[in-house]
Structures are given as C-alpha cells and as structure tokens.
Design a protein around this ligand. Structure first.
Ligand code: 57M
Length: 358
C-alpha cells in the first residue's frame, strides 16, 4: 500500500524514489513485522491465556511438564505481523507475491485446523497424519500447477555446485516439487519441540532463501552468477523480509524459557512456505542444504521409525526427533537449541557458497 501510495509521488518529491527498490522495502518489511509482533506479543499472549489456548504436553518423552499450558498457536501472531507488513510494503500487482501469500495461507489453514482440534476441541491427537498430508499436498499441487504456467518456469532441475547440469524431470517435476513443499512443512513441524528450536533456524533459512529470490529476480546479478533469471520474482524478497521480521519478533517471546509456542499454525505454514520459495527460485535441491537442520531432524525420525519397525522395537536414538535424543542424554535445553542454531547458520553459509562455487 505504501508502495502504491508513495512511489507515484516520486515524480514531484524525489525522496520517494526509494520505494522503487526491493531491498529498501524488504528491510522495512522486516522492521515493520518485527515491531508489530513485539508490540502485539504481550497482548496476544494474555489473550491466549484468557481464552485458555494452552499447550497440552504429552508425558511420554523428556520432562516438559513445566511447559504445560504454555499459550500456543503463536503462528497467528506471526501471520498477522507478516501479512500487515507485506500489504504495506509489497507491490500488490505482483503475481508471485500473491501466490506466495496464498500458499502461506493454505498451509496456515491446515495447521490452524490441527491446532483448533487439539486446543479448542481438546482432541489431543489433532488432525490425523493422513488428513494433514492430504491438505498440505493439495495446496502444494495447486501452487506448483499455477507456477508452471508462469513465464520463466520449466520442469528442469538445478543441481547445486554443477551449473551445467539441468536434467528435465518433465511430469515427474510436479510430484517432486510437491514433495519439497510438504517435506519442508513437516521438517519444520518435527523440529518444533524445544524453545526457539524451529524459529531460529527458520529465520536463518528464510534469510538465506531471500538472497536467492533477490538474485533470481535481478537480470544482471542472475546472469553474472549464472542462476535462472525469473522476471518479477524479486518482489518475493519483501515477503521474505516480513517473514524474517515476524520470526524474530516471535523468537523474542519463544526464546527459552518460552512464553508462547507457534503451534502447527506456525510450523506447518512457515515450513510449507519455505519449501514453496525454494521451488519459486528453482533451488529445490539446495533447500536440503539451506534447511539442513530440518532435514537432519526429519531423517532422524525416518531412521528411528524404520529401524524400530524392522528390528521389532529397537532404537537408533534414545528418542526421535534428534533433539529429544540429546535431551535424554542430559544436555540442557538451551545448549541444544543454541548448538542447533549454529548448525543452521553453517548450513545457510554452505548454501550461499553455491552462488560462487560451481
Ligand atoms: C509435533 N510437537 C511437540 C507446540 C509446537 C512420528 C513422530 C516422530 C511425530 C512426532 C510429532 O508428533 N511431532 C510433531 C511435535 C510439542 O509442541 C507443540 O507442537 C507444535 C509444533 N507442531 O509449536 O505447540 C511439544 O514440544 C515442546 N515445545 C517446546 N518449545 C517450543 O517452542 O518445548 C514446542 C515448541 C510441546 C513442548 O513440550 O508440548 C512435541 O514434541 O510433542 N512425535 C514426537 O516427536 C514424539 N516422538 C516419538 O514418539 N518418538 C519415537 C519414534 C519411534 C516415533 C521414538 O523415538 O521412540 C515425541 N513427542 C512427545 N514426547 N510429545 C515423544 C516425546
């Protein structure tokens, strides 16, 4: 809105010319979302407490009973701060921006419905895994189908570190891209089991992907770095900025000891959007490095469950996802969280290095 209101004035007042720049608007989108979430946070937490929207903590794992009743569904705060900021700073005529908003809202609804069943309807299991997967897949399928009709998109796959190899997956690209989005959504969801454990690496991954989106939308830089140039996707950097800002604002309250959890409303929507942004800038495979921490957490579950079933009850880890393993080994929660954050920063740096290492 600010972009549409103020940029046209630049003909008379040259200072408004800055609204043309995606970098400028992305930085202010970040700051706006951050300020909104930090300002609203305490009121939102009190409101959640008043309506008794508290987390039910299961007693089958590491000792988390002290966290019983912590307000949850913080994803609502993240979504509100993000969307207000995007509407203020984004170019609302940009199709990629709207597509990203719709994907976010689609995943948001799946997570919200799950939390609603758990928290409001007191059904501790929430939405069934198949129901959740179906919802996530339908949204991802819709998004990928629309994307493939837009200019600059193909079913080719970029291989990190190998600029010359771009295999065409043809129709197989569609299930592959759906898998990337659904996998990212569930990876973030599985990681969200300690204070700040999901949102910290999420912020790092989103910031890292914002660089790829910006580069892909900039014809000169994209040509120089030999990444696919996709006209107009640069605007999604504003979305990323708002997402990072809202994430930082949420972390303010989710930092150990957490005053609020994001719930599935947050983890499913943020993860799915991260996957979509990777698909959007044709960095589907690179997401494995960008979000390496989420991949490790998800792999620990796959290995644990697989081995558990095959061996008739034996385990590789004391408990999956991996953060539970370290908790059960007696490592303090805050130490595990910060070490996982460090890992996520290293993964993001490795991903960024692929811009030059080819
Ligand atoms: C949901 N939810 C957290 C909070 C958060 C297949 C299986 C591995 C699935 C997995 C699972 O259900 N994972 C997804 C994890 C829960 O957090 C809520 O959920 C939202 C995210 N979806 O926003 O609303 C608890 O996590 C803690 N928490 C924090 N701080 C935060 O900022 O401390 C969350 C956010 C909260 C709080 O205690 O209550 C969760 O862990 O339940 N299942 C598991 O993770 C289970 N693992 C398991 O059963 N492992 C087995 C294998 C064979 C499957 C094994 O290794 O033997 C664990 N879940 C629980 N207890 N609750 C087991 C221990």
């Amino acid at each position: 809105m600010l972009y549409h209101l103020l940029y046209p004035l630049s003909e008379d007042i040259s200072v408004f010319n800055v609204f043309r720049y995606i970098t400028f608007r992305s930085i202010y989108a970040l700051l706006t979302a951050l300020i909104i979430s930090i300002w609203l946070g305490p009121r939102f937490i009190s409101w959640l407490k008043n309506i008794k929207c508290g987390q039910y903590v299961q007693d089958d794992g590491p000792e988390h009973k002290g966290k019983q009743g912590t307000p949850t569904m913080g994803g609502l705060l993240i979504a509100f701060s993000m969307l207000v900021s995007i509407l203020l700073w984004g170019d609302l005529t940009n199709i990629y921006l709207w597509l990203t908003i719709f994907v976010f809202l689609g995943f948001f609804l799946v997570g919200f419905f799950d939390d609603y069943l758990k928290v409001v309807k007191k059904n501790n299991k929430g939405l069934r895994a198949t129901g959740k997967l179906l919802g996530q897949s339908v949204i991802a399928l819709g998004a990928v189908s629309v994307l493939l009709t837009l200019p600059g998109y193909s079913t080719e796959l970029l291989i990190p570190f190998f600029k010359g190899i771009r295999p065409d997956l043809y129709l197989f690209y569609i299930p592959f891209a759906v898998l990337v989005m659904v996998g990212a959504s569930n990876g973030v969801n599985l990681t969200d089991g300690l204070d700040g454990l999901a949102i910290g690496p999420f912020i790092v991954s989103a910031a890292c992907l914002s660089v790829f989106v910006y580069v892909s939308g900039h014809s000169q830089i994209a040509t120089y770095l030999q990444v696919p140039y996709i006209p107009n996707i640069g605007e999604v950097t504003v979305f990323c900025g708002a997402m990072v800002g809202a994430g930082l604002g949420f972390l303010w309250f989710n930092a150990y000891p957490a005053q609020i959890f994001m719930g599935d409303t947050g983890s499913i929507s943020l993860g799915g959007t991260l996957g979509f942004i990777a698909v959007l800038c044709k960095q589907e495979l690179l997401l494995v490095i960008v979000g390496g921490l989420f991949v490790i957490e998800a792999l620990s579950v796959i290995l644990q469950v697989g081995y558990f079933k095959m061996s008739g009850g034996k385990r590789i880890f004391r408990m999956a996802p991996l953060h539970h393993h370290f908790e059960l080994k007696g490592i303090p929660e805050s130490k595990i969280i910060i070490r996982f954050w460090i890992l996520s920063i290293l993964f993001a740096l490795a991903a960024l290095s692929t811009l030059k290492l080819r």
